[in-house]
Design a protein around this ligand. Structure first.
Ligand SMILES: Nc1ncnc2c1ncn2[C@@H]1O[C@H](COP(=O)(O)OP(=O)(O)OP(=O)(O)O)[C@@H](O)[C@H]1O
Length: 947
């Protein structure tokens, strides 16, 4: 684990200079008892023995277990037995001293002997002290060296490798490095045989990798194993081939140096002897392939995609977002159901930790949306500038509203910085297809016309943070303080390690045998007091470990930048467009979330907790990774300020919604879109929108003959509500209904919701909403109750704010503590500006227009006739003619129905009573029509378009 550090605290906590450890105190108690017992048989001497043993021996016994603790490390049993042993020793000597007769005056030689003994003892103590202090100094320097910047440590190592490579090369290739070079040459040849000649090149390559990458402890073992297997394979093959060509094994040391060396001999020889040369070579080649896979972290199934990818990169080709192959290798995770069945799968969400989401989803093979290399981007930008003079700088004053973006008919008046220029400048919006027929189901207006030419923003926009620290002086200080508390309360427990995250460090405390874990949890307040932080959180135990976790905020906290999270190899490997960067966990692993799998997320936290920062990170992640053809969004921002920077991004289905009533209408629209998608999927026998899209792309699904519809892949839709409370205050029933309907079924239709609130009370996050929104992200809450509302467990009230969060993905029992990723306003502005240069938003119609709900507030006497009644009122009022036969004719209804509609109008004061064969009097004017219809439909008519 990246941040996992095996602490040296135990020696420190129990060492000299620190207060006596609990174990030491336990040992002191035993010592006294032991003395008393030993003396029991000799009452006369007992008192003297106890008194004499009072001072000096106590110090000794107090120290002895402490040293035992330092030497043995973790086990309480070890410490105790050491304590017991020393007590026994003390007990054994004290009675002896106590009952000894008063010594007669010693003889001269014995006095000399004793003096000599004292002198030697003094010298010995002095020596021991000197050596001890030297060891401590070296130890302190080692710890200080660990505080060195990781990048510097890696650079130092890399330069060391370069030096070794140079000496090796001069020694092996030119035989000219003097005696040292000769020894190195001989050693390399002895170890690796003939293949050893490439060692200098490998060392250089290693140095370059060290200098260009960040440390990755997680994969170190895999890589070392891979390298080992590869070495054994190559040298073994040399050994086998060499001995086959000589018709016998290379037996002399000289001959072995020309073959596979000691390494080759180790595996090649037994294989050759056991299965003969040819099969041995096959086995060794297979081992080599395995080694290569391990070294590169590639699974066999990913090899074709990796080769395609590499070839594509060599040829400089870029797959277009709408490429038919996009997602071809993406197995639908939804149809088969999720894997998240156990709380212990929390690790699946840590990408820095090696597991990147669901192993079943072969997203790595998906090669879509890869960005061209920086060199290529630069070349393209130059090319673009050359062929499009309109993109050259102009001296016109900048418009106040920011850059005017290049479109077909608008000339740019401002030039974006070179690094932000799009690679290809094409018409922002492609020609839209013919509108769908009104009579048949439409795909609403979410056609995916924005496609091929869309370029994702360059990753260079997002800044990278400083490399993480593994241990600092602050950590050592906290260990001291925790140890002190444990000692003061006489708890037989010790800090045995810790893992430092960006915001908090989790200190691991192991308790001695027979000590209740509650003994530590009861001390939460005392520990909080000792470390001077009110945000101490205890995990008893740490999931999967026999240790209690004490999470203490770092006073030297580190910022996690979104750029780092998205640049993590595992995040890049997962090409799903709905993957967002969340942050880092306590162990320093990067955490991402796939919104398609959450599948709906509730985010809550008090003001200032980092909720808005999360929403920004989420949106920027999406803009960085997804084109509008893949992901469209409905942004609802009743607070009117939070999401404003994103106004005008091409991913929007409708302008950012700030009016709660319109927000309710937009949610209803999402429900309709969902139903529409279900209808399409049902008609073609597919269970998930991914399958539908795949079939549309491959041409397996086309619109029925004669239809005016054109099937296009459905983009994912993300509905983001930044302040659910405001919506729930305005239209609780509508909003809750819509959210529940969407969250219950929209997952398979590719529609997902993210609901954020700073007021996680039960009237905002209702039971129904909670049941249907399975994934939760809690930032610091103001109360335990709020924490329970969001997470169904305490913990969020102990968070320290500023992005410190608890993530509880669907199906996971234990929340993962994360430090949310941060993205600055400048980065947001640049990413948004770039996205806007690529395309203009294509807004769908009527998203925010409230639809009349026939079942809502309709008088019982109208029943199912509401639509016809509305039409009838329209006819009668606009023509000012209360004629039943006119209704019969125009509405194509029978006499009875027309008469009933007329009676309904009479009871509502729209027309007067029947006057025989004459037309009825119309009692309302045309300009009152809207308000009448509004009353009739229960208030859903007549909402103004703009707020
Ligand atoms: N992930 C983070 N990393 C570093 N600092 C952060 C992070 N998230 C938030 N902060 C800091 O905390 C401050 C408040 O964060 P933010 O505005 O996101 O809180 P909020 O919960 O949305 O509050 P409000 O609801 O009042 O807007 C920010 O100005 C920023 O300085």
């Amino acid at each position: 684990m990246a941040g996992k550090t095996s602490a040296s605290p135990r020696p420190r906590s129990g060492g000299e200079g620190s207060p006596a450890t609990p174990r030491a105190r336990t040992a002191v108690g035993k010592s006294s008892t032991g003395s008393a017992k030993s003396a029991a048989g000799k009452p006369a001497a007992a008192k003297a023995a106890t008194t004499k043993a009072g001072s000096k021996p106590r110090t000794t016994t107090a120290r002895t277990p402490a040293r035992a603790t330092a030497a043995k490390g973790a086990s309480g049993r070890t410490a105790q037995s050491a304590g017991a042993r020393s007590s026994n020793r003390a007990a054994a000597t004290r009675p002896g001293r106590a009952v000894a007769p008063a010594p007669s005056r010693p003889s001269v030689p014995s006095r000399i002997g004793r003096g000599l003994g004292r002198g030697i003892g003094a010298v010995w103590r002095l020596l021991a002290k000197g050596v001890g202090s030297m060891v401590r100094t070296v130890g302190r320097s080692a710890v200080a060296a660990r505080d060195l910047d990781a990048a510097h440590r890696r650079d130092g190592l890399a330069l060391g490798l370069v030096a070794l490579a140079v000496i090796c090369a001069i020694g092996s290739w030119f035989h000219a490095a003097g005696p040292v070079g000769h020894v190195i040459d001989l050693s390399v040849a002895t170890l690796f045989g003939a293949p050893g000649v490439i060692l200098p090149a490998l060392l250089l390559a290693g140095a370059v990798v060290l200098m260009r990458t960040q440390g990755d402890r997680e994969h170190r073992t895999r890589r070392i194993l891979g390298g080992l297997f590869l070495t054994l394979s190559v040298t073994g093959t040399f050994e086998v081939v060499h001995s086959a060509s000589l018709h016998g094994a290379a037996d002399s040391a000289q001959a072995r140096r020309s073959a596979g060396g000691a390494a080759g001999w180790l595996l090649g020889r037994p294989l050759d002897a056991g299965v003969t040369a040819a099969p041995a070579v096959v086995l060794l080649v297979l081992l080599g392939i395995f080694g290569l896979l391990l070294l590169t972290g590639t699974a066999m199934r990913d090899v074709p995609a990796a080769i395609r990818d590499a070839l594509g990169r060599i040829q400089g080709e870029r797959r277009e977002p709408d490429d038919d192959q996009a997602y071809d290798s993406y197995d639908d995770p939804y149809g088969t159901g999720d894997e998240f069945v156990d709380g212990d799968l929390a690790d699946d969400y840590r990408v820095g930790g090696s597991v990147a989401l669901d192993e079943n989803v072969d997203l790595a093979a998906t090669t879509r949306l890869r960005r061209p290399s920086k060199r290529r981007q630069a070349a393209d930008a130059e090319h673009t500038a050359a062929i499009l003079p309109a993109f050259e700088p102009v001296t016109a004053p900048l418009p106040a509203a920011g850059p005017v973006l290049p479109t077909d008919d608008a000339q740019p008046t401002e030039v974006l910085p070179a690094r932000l220029r799009p690679r290809v400048i094409k018409p922002a919006v492609e020609e839209t297809p013919a509108p769908a027929s009104v009579a048949e189901p439409t795909q609403l207006t979410l056609d995916t016309a924005i496609d091929g030419t869309y370029q994702l923003p360059p990753t260079s926009i997002l800044k990278l943070g400083a490399p993480p620290k593994l241990q600092t002086a602050a950590n050592n200080e906290v260990i001291e303080r925790i140890s002190r508390v444990l000692a003061e309360f006489k708890i037989d427990a010790a800090v045995t390690g810790f893992t430092r995250g960006p915001t908090v460090t989790r200190y691991e405390v192991e308790v001695g045998p027979g000590v209740k874990v509650e003994a530590i949890t009861r001390l939460t307040r005392n520990i909080a007091y000792a470390v001077a932080s009110e945000h101490v959180r205890l995990l008893a135990p740490i999931p999967g470990k026999s240790a209690v976790g004490i999470e203490v905020p770092n006073i030297d906290r580190e910022m996690v930048r979104l750029g780092d999270v998205l640049a993590a190899p595992e995040s890049r490997k997962d090409q799903h467009p709905l993957v967002i960067g969340l942050g880092k966990d306590v162990e320093g692993g990067f955490v991402t979330a796939n919104l398609a799998k959450t599948p709906h997320l509730l985010v809550a936290g008090a003001t200032g907790s980092g909720k808005s920062s999360f929403v920004n990170s989420m949106l920027v992640s999406l803009l960085q990774r997804a084109s509008p053809a893949e992901v469209r969004m409905v942004l609802i921002d009743p607070k009117m300020v939070e999401l404003t920077p994103y106004e005008g991004i091409p991913h929007l289905i409708t302008p950012i919604i700030t009016n709660p009533k319109k927000a309710a209408a937009a949610l209803a629209w999402l429900v309709e879109e969902m139903e529409q998608r279900y209808t399409d999927m049902l008609a073609h026998g597919v269970r998930h929108v991914d399958d539908f899209n795949k079939k549309v792309r491959s041409g397996q699904i086309t619109a029925p003959p004669g239809s005016e519809r054109v099937y296009r892949p459905y983009p994912y839709i993300l509905g983001i509500i930044d302040e659910l409370a405001d919506l729930m205050m305005t239209a609780p029933r509508d909003v809750e209904d819509a959210i529940v309907r969407i969250t219950q079924k929209a997952r398979a239709a590719g529609i997902h919701l993210v609901l954020a609130t700073q007021r996680p009370s039960v009237d905002v996050v209702t039971g129904l909403i909670k049941t249907n929104v399975p994934s939760r992200l809690a930032f610091a809450t103001s109360s335990l109750t709020d924490s329970r509302v969001i997470l169904d467990q305490p913990g969020a009230e102990k968070l320290s704010g500023m992005g410190d969060g608890l993530y509880l993905p669907m199906g996971v029992r234990n929340a993962i503590r994360i430090q949310g990723a941060y993205v600055s306003d400048e980065e947001i502005a640049e990413v948004v500006a770039f996205a806007k240069t690529q395309a203009e938003p294509e807004y769908a119609e009527n998203v925010t227009v409230p639809k009349p709900d026939p079942s809502k507030n309709v008088d019982p006497d109208i029943g199912g006739d509401l639509d016809e009644l509305i039409e009838a009122i329209n006819l009668v009022v606009t023509s000012q003619l209360g004629s039943t036969s006119m209704l019969q004719r125009k509405l194509r209804v029978g006499f009875a129905k027309a008469g009933r509609l007329m009676d309904l109008m009479e009871t509502r004061g729209i027309v007067g009573p029947s006057e025989g064969s004459k037309a009825r009097e119309v009692l309302v004017k045309t300009d009152e029509l809207d308000s009448i219809l509004m009353t009739l439909t229960g208030g859903t008519e007549g909402v103004p378009d703009e707020i």
